[in-house]
Design a protein around this ligand. Structure first.
Ligand code: BG6
Length: 472
């Protein structure tokens, strides 16, 4: 592995920060997603509950209180030897309703402090501009990304970030898991559907706005600082056909295209033919303004960033296989794979396959910015957390990643684990679904001391980084 390889970890504002109403922060989409049975309809855009309900618990309001613990947390990341730390910006900390002319200085100060804290330890900050997070005021005013006006508001945020953090931040990801708009449209993009409307139409029009915004952000980032490196970011994981029946193989190709569609545009610079045909077949008519396609063409990304949790498996026959869980994507259960306690398949070799597939397709540097195991951790009487299952998951994935780089020649610039520290789960809102090397004493209802303690995997990852991936 290259000596400059970026080992580290990642979190997101909406799952870590808490402090949801502190220092002028406005209400964000994620603040409306409660834990429990109402969450699924909310994150999928099927609920129009845009005000807080006192009978519900909203995990983002507290997160893990990274807002006040960030120094302690980053010091722990530094102790593990992190070379990079990925975090996201809570839009409403900077622009509380999205439409303000001037930013909230308190919000800028917070991120400036986080960045300085990273730099103090030689940790490269990797900034996701929008990670499942839009101002509620913009959802109410213009319907979030369904409106083209959203682009302008988003670019206001980008400009502030690029200008204020110039020279301190080089790596920017305009949107987290951009393809998640298809699966969790409210969580990913603030979309709330109206009854009877063509949801695909709404999702793809909103996607077009995000793609234009991403191209404009890329252009702006380069104008402000030519050193800036921009990455698209998608939820990856190759799709396997359930059998070698050509119908299954065809189905798998179709599902893969659903995800690659976004990256095809952001990395190659144009809508692929299969997309136009898909729109036609599904009565989707995109409103595309003059200049949009040229802009997309001229402002492709430098890096392809992605998350990998598992591969997927599909069958053309809906009755052929039972369904597996997996990062909000429906998928057939792969009989060759074990699964996590949340039913997500575990497929280390799938990571090598995915890395190769993505690199073959785009021939641009890749960055794996999320990989990890959500599991229940027990604290022993001695206060220890022996998370051998996490070490097992991560070491097997890392071994496949090392093969992809050293044996297959994939150009990968870094590997970040998801949840460097325990945070709230995006899909379920649970604290008990833990990903971190650092245990946080909090439960699903927000009770606990929120004290941090090191798990067994903490020292293990420290050694992985120190040996540059030799000791897994
Ligand atoms: C990715 C997201 O989809 O998966 C993260 O970018 C999320 O925000 C992660 O936390 C793991 O999913 P979950 O639902 O287990 O938290």
């Amino acid at each position: 592995m290259n000596e400059n390889f970026l080992w580290g970890g990642a979190t997101a504002a909406n799952q870590a920060e808490g402090g949801y109403n502190l220092d002028g922060r406005g209400l964000s989409s994620i603040d409306l997603c409660p834990i429990g049975e109402k969450r699924s309809a909310m994150i999928r855009g099927l609920s129009n509950q845009l005000t807080l309900d006192e009978t519900q618990y909203y995990p983002s309001h507290k997160g893990i209180d990274f807002y006040t613990h960030y120094k302690e947390d980053i010091a722990l990341f530094a102790e593990m030897g992190f070379k990079a730390y990925r975090f996201s910006i809570s839009w409403t900390r900077i622009f509380p309703t999205g439409v303000e002319e001037t930013p909230n200085e308190k919000g800028i100060e917070f991120y400036s402090n986080v960045i300085d804290e990273c730099l103090k330890y030689g940790i490269e900050p990797i900034v996701t501009i929008s990670h499942f997070d839009v101002p509620v005021a913009l959802i109410e005013k213009i319907g979030s990304w369904r409106s083209r006006e959203m682009i302008g508001y988003y670019l206001n945020l980008c400009r502030v970030l690029f200008e204020r953090f110039k020279g301190r931040v080089t790596y920017w990801l305009p949107f987290n898991e951009i393809n998640m708009i298809l699966h969790a449209p409210f969580m990913a993009a603030g979309l709330v559907f109206e009854e009877g409307e063509n949801q695909e139409q709404v999702k793809y029009q909103a996607t077009h706005h995000e793609l234009v915004a991403s191209a404009m952000a890329t252009k702006m980032a380069k104008e402000i600082d030519p050193n800036n490196q921009i990455g698209c970011m998608f939820a990856a994981g190759s799709t396997y056909p359930y059998t070698c029946n050509p119908d299954d193989v065809w189905q798998a190709l179709q599902v893969d295209r659903e995800n690659y569609f976004f990256v095809d545009i952001q990395a190659r610079g144009y809508y692929p033919n299969y997309a136009w045909k898909f729109f036609e077949a599904n009565n989707i008519e995109l409103t595309i303004e003059d200049g949009d396609l040229a802009l997309i063409k001229e402002n492709t990304v430098d890096i392809i960033a992605f998350s990998y949790y598992n591969s997927r498996c599909v069958s053309a026959d809906p009755n052929a296989a039972s369904q597996a869980e997996g990062n909000l994507f429906a998928s057939a259960k792969n009989p060759y794979l074990e699964a996590s306690a949340w039913g997500w398949p575990i497929d280390p070799k799938g990571l090598r396959i995915t890395l190769n597939e993505v690199y073959d397709r785009y021939q641009k540097p890749l960055f794996l910015v999320e990989n990890g195991l959500g599991a229940v951790d027990e604290v022993t009487e001695k206060g220890e957390i022996i998370d051998d299952y996490r070490i097992d998951y991560l070491s097997k994935h890392m071994a496949e990643m090392v093969k992809a780089v050293d044996l297959d020649g994939v150009d990968l610039i870094g590997y970040l684990t998801w949840g460097a520290i325990d945070i709230v789960s995006a899909s379920s809102g649970e604290m008990s679904k833990r990903y971190g090397f650092i245990y946080v004493d909090g439960d699903n209802e927000g009770n606990g001391t929120y004290k941090r303690s090191k798990k067994k995997s903490f020292d293990w990852y420290k050694e992985v980084i120190a040996s540059n991936g030799k000791n897994l």
